[in-house]
Design a binder for this molecule. Structure first.
Ligand SMILES: *Cc1c(COP(=O)(O)O)cnc(C)c1O
Length: 438
């Protein structure tokens, strides 16, 4: 058993140090956004339920404070007073106002979290495989060829997104967390499952780890010939590009990426970009250039979020800029059925319109992107459009990924519903059941 520990040798910094802002800075920051005392208290109430964390780069370089609180980047990181049901916010606000004991606030916050479907798509129960004496903590194996791993040290981010579907990983509740740190167990599992060709490190954000810690996860996998690719799910390029440019371990990190590529693996950065503004800073272009110089490939993805990026121009701009910089557009996701989904959801018909109106304007090189895609329990379902068939208005859909691989790329239909925001809202058309239903 090789447990990855956090001990890392001291290194000298060459740039401005990473500085996180958390719930204790919220009042000061929301004052800067011009919120009234009442709104600020309600924001703090929401932040007892949903995680809040941001950093100096997001605050100084990305947010347009003159436009806050309507600024899309402000909305991307700051909890909104109306993100949760009014009665819950009123109750929590009351507790904060009378300075109720911490335990009482936490108990009330926990009760609200449990109503927010903290683990969508049966993540906890369905995906964690059994192996040897029990389950492997921090692993999901949903599709034959791909294993997801949640390294224990990667369970935070440089900043949190308000719409994050993994929000439950970042709150105090231990029973909502998935994480592992036994690299031998991961490797043994892969050896026993030669069908796995891709390992995806996710979290949180795998790039929150320093080079020495990440190396302990990656190195043992390099000798596995079955692995064609190692993926790293990350928002670090948007939230802290200094990680690859001026952070003390930036150069070592890039050398490790080279080592992965030299071992004959495709090192894929699954970079999360939500809004075109995240692509503007010079330090970001420098980070992209340095990562690409190692031979790693950067693929981009993000969910479609009401009030943040529900506009074809935003997606067109992102896909164009990403392609120009040598990144490869990959997925547009539909916001998952968890957390404040009601607040951010875009109906599927509208999501498809936004996708199409952006996609039709970009060059074939950017049409590597797929979506809008729902990562749901049976697989990843893509909305192909709304069509009239046999006098009936229906959604045309297909699986990009499926637990049952016979379903991949097979078209199917659902009754059109202008309100539908997720797979569960859909009813089969021209059939009594959907193809994944027995
Ligand atoms: C999206 C996803 C993957 C990766 O699927 P690709 O289509 O290969 O990108 C793996 N596991 C889960 C649970 C996913 O949602």
């Amino acid at each position: 058993m090789t447990l990855v520990n956090d001990a890392a040798p001291a290194v000298r910094s060459t740039g401005r140090k990473f500085r996180a802002f958390t719930a204790k800075h919220l009042d000061e920051l929301t004052a800067r956004a011009g919120l009234s005392p009442e709104q600020r208290l309600a924001t703090r109430a929401v932040a007892t339920v949903l995680p809040f964390r941001t950093n100096a780069y997001v605050i100084d370089e990305l947010i347009d404070w003159a436009a806050a609180p309507d600024d899309p980047i402000y909305r991307l990181v700051f909890p909104q007073p109306d993100m949760l049901p009014e009665a819950d916010v009123a109750h929590l606000t009351g507790l904060l106002r009378r300075e109720a004991p911490k335990a009482e606030v936490e108990a009330a916050a926990h009760a609200v979290r449990m109503k927010l479907n903290p683990h969508p798509a049966g993540q906890m129960e369905l995906n964690m495989p059994s192996f040897g004496d029990g389950k492997i903590p921090g692993m999901q194996h949903k599709y034959d060829e791909t294993v997801l791993y949640f390294p224990k040290q990667g369970q935070t981010c440089h900043a949190y997104c308000t719409y994050c579907f993994r929000w439950a990983q970042f709150v105090g509740d231990a029973d909502l967390k998935m994480a592992g740190d036994d690299v031998d167990q991961l490797r043994d599992y892969l050896v026993a499952h030669p069908e796995v060709t891709s390992v995806l490190f996710t979290g949180g954000d795998a790039m929150i780890m320093g080079e020495p810690v990440l190396r302990r996860y990656l190195e043992p996998l390099l000798e596995l010939d079955q692995l064609e690719s190692i993926r790293i799910g990350t928002k670090s390029l948007a939230y802290w590009p200094q990680k690859f440019v001026t952070d003390p371990d930036a150069d070592d990190m890039l050398r490790m990426f080279e080592q992965v590529v030299d071992a004959g693996k495709n090192l894929a950065f699954m970079a999360h970009f939500t809004h075109p503004r995240e692509l503007e800073p010079l330090v970001l272009s420098e980070a992209v250039r340095r990562i690409r110089d190692t031979g790693a490939v950067i693929r981009t993805q993000a969910p479609l979020i009401r009030s943040i990026n529900d506009d074809p121009a935003a997606w067109e701009s992102m896909w164009r800029t990403q392609t120009r910089m040598g990144m490869v557009p990959y997925y547009m996701f539909v916001e998952r059925d968890t957390g404040p989904q009601d607040y951010f959801a875009v109906p599927l018909g509208r999501a498809h319109d936004i996708f199409r109106n952006a996609y039709k304007n970009v060059s074939g090189l950017a049409r590597t992107v797929r979506g809008p895609s729902m990562s749901a329990t049976p697989g990843k379902v893509c909305v192909d459009g709304v069509v009239d068939l046999f006098g009936e208005k229906v959604f045309a859909l297909h699986f990009i990924q499926a637990r049952n691989d016979d379903l991949v790329n097979m078209p199917f239909y659902a009754k059109y519903d202008p309100e539908a925001v997720w797979l569960d809202d859909l009813k089969p058309a021209f059939a009594d059941r959907f193809p994944w239903e027995a």
